[in-house]
Design a protein around this ligand. Structure first.
Ligand code: COA
Length: 162
């Protein structure tokens, strides 16, 4: 990372349940709002299953782990569009204590690689207009605003050059 901390990024799997729930606890209300585009106080059991039991092809989830502490710092995922398999919706969340250190950028880079490996041509993302950090991250990597998104939400597409 930018501060020299050693972080590994690897696929998430169902055995990560506790680590995943700890990670969710480290995401404050504002960050949750930005991730889920609305308030999110807790995850239901069905949501936890959905977020952890991914097939690594149409739905991939990656976790960033601080090697020195073993704690989860962030998660990135894509979910392929059923109607348009070349596109996958993406989302990234970094725990509040680790934001601004390059974890999100590293997760997005690895997510883009994984998406490309699975035949995805472009990642899409719905981002709150006020979410300057996420908007900057997408724009700096070639993301472009695209039609879509609701009130206060911008829809982006990030082409994945093969
Ligand atoms: C958005 C988020 C994933 C970014 O992760 P991060 O680890 O904090 O971000 P990074 O440190 O990797 O920096 C990302 C970019 O934001 C830029 N940035 C940092 N602070 C910024 C600010 N206040 N305003 C504008 N840009 C900013 C950085 O320069 C960097 O750009 P670059 O990588 O192109 O140089 C993270 O902040 C987060 O989880 N936010 C809450 C949830 C969320 O918004 N998720 C996105 C929903 S799609």
């Amino acid at each position: 990372m930018r501060d020299g901390a050693l972080v590994v990024i690897r696929p998430l799997d169902p055995t990560d349940r506790e680590a995943y729930l700890d990670l969710f606890d480290g995401i404050g209300p504002e960050s949750r709002y930005r991730r889920f585009l609305g308030p999110k106080r807790q995850l239901t059991a069905a949501e936890v299953r959905y977020f952890l039991e991914v097939d690594h092809h149409d739905h991939e989830a990656l976790v960033a782990i601080d090697v020195s502490t073993g704690t989860g710092l962030g998660v990135a995922r894509f979910v392929r569009d059923r109607m348009d398999p070349g596109v996958a919706d993406s989302a990234i969340t970094v725990v509040d204590a680790a934001q601004g250190r390059g974890v999100g950028g590293a997760l997005l880079a690895r997510l883009a690689e994984r998406a490309r490996e699975e035949g995805v041509d472009r990642l899409s993302a719905d981002v709150l207009q006020e979410n300057r950090r996420m908007v900057a991250m997408l724009l700096h990597r070639g993301g472009r605003p695209a039609p879509g998104g609701g009130a206060g939400v911008r829809h982006f597409e990030l082409p994945l050059n093969s």
